[in-house]
Write a protein that binds this ligand. Structure first.
Ligand code: PDD
Length: 284
């Protein structure tokens, strides 16, 4: 049975969902997006995702065609229509349809599209085993804090990682890890210090990153928000990445070198469990 998706005010089956070839999201990657996780049919940390959506829109001087406060209603309609228990709801706002021109259209009519994806997150087999990452040069633009749909660099990095026999890429710029292809990167030293790059224009301010740092604080871990190198990651006691689509994902090797024993680390596993507990408690 095909999914029900949302396109500019209509709930339609996916094969009937249409966007114009003149949509600026298609022609210029002139669009922003968000991915919220669903567990037990409920949205995880959705308010924070919607606040980040508002920020991305405002940085690009783009309007949302519906009040952002109405979006949870659309998300819930889709969860219900597709009988979704666990997975994700994707939403994208683009600057809409206009004849191809680099200037913004005068009479802007933004497009809004939402769809769901059914997949295991809380009990994914990958999380039990951990993932292998390889480094890739970070060739993205200079405003990675805006969650735009221009994901070609990330797609190339991830594909290169898969071709190298790994599961994901950690991107490197000026000798330091920025973030994963679609996640934030963390390491834990032998003396239990949690290290992740500080926020700025060079990485996305991950919603899961924020929640996991709060949990780490409650667990009395020392936190250092600073850049780290691939060599430092290879010598770390533990490593993991965070995202709405994978929560806390253990990393077991970096550039083909095992992290400690090459299995998910105990602090990582604890952070993952605590994050899932919090997500379930606060889901809406
Ligand atoms: N990606 N960094 C990048 C480049 C990302 O694309 C993402 C999320 C994150 C983690 O952010 P959050 O914790 O808010 O999901 C960090 C989503 C899941 C995606 O593109 O599918």
């Amino acid at each position: 049975m095909s999914r029900v998706v949302y396109v500019n005010g209509d709930y339609v089956h996916e094969e009937d969902a249409k966007i114009s070839v003149f949509d600026r999201g298609f022609l210029f990657a002139d669009g922003v997006y968000e991915v919220s996780a669903i567990i037990g049919g409920k949205l995880i940390d959705n308010e924070a995702h919607l606040r980040r959506l508002e920020r991305s829109l405002s940085e690009l001087k783009m309007r949302c065609p519906v009040p952002v406060a109405d979006i949870p209603f659309i998300q819930r309609e889709l969860i219900e229509a597709n009988n979704l228990d666990e997975g994700m709801v994707y939403l994208q706002v683009s600057r809409g349809v206009a004849d191809r021109d680099f200037n913004f259209p005068k009479d802007e009519k933004p497009s809004l599209v939402l769809f769901t994806q059914d997949r295991p997150i809380s009990s994914s087999p990958k999380a039990a085993r951990g993932i292998r990452v390889v480094s890739q040069p970070d060739i993205r633009w200079a405003r990675r804090d805006i969650k735009t749909v221009q994901l070609l660099a990330q797609s190339l990095a991830k594909q290169a990682a898969l071709s190298a026999g790994a599961d994901d890429a950690w991107m490197v710029e000026d000798g330091f890890v920025t973030e994963g292809s679609s996640n934030n990167a963390f390491i834990i030293t032998a003396d239990g210090v949690l290290i992740t790059r500080q926020l700025g224009n060079d990485i996305l301010s991950g919603i899961t990153r924020r929640a996991v740092l709060d949990i780490a604080k409650q667990e009395n871990l020392t936190i250092e928000e600073r850049p780290f190198t691939i060599e430092e990651a290879q010598g770390a006691a533990e490593a993991f990445s965070t995202s709405a689509s994978a929560f806390v994902m253990p990393v077991i090797s970096v550039d083909h070198k095992a992290i400690s024993q090459g299995v998910p680390g105990p602090i990582t596993q604890k952070l993952r469990e605590k994050y899932i507990e919090l997500a379930l408690e606060t889901a809406t």
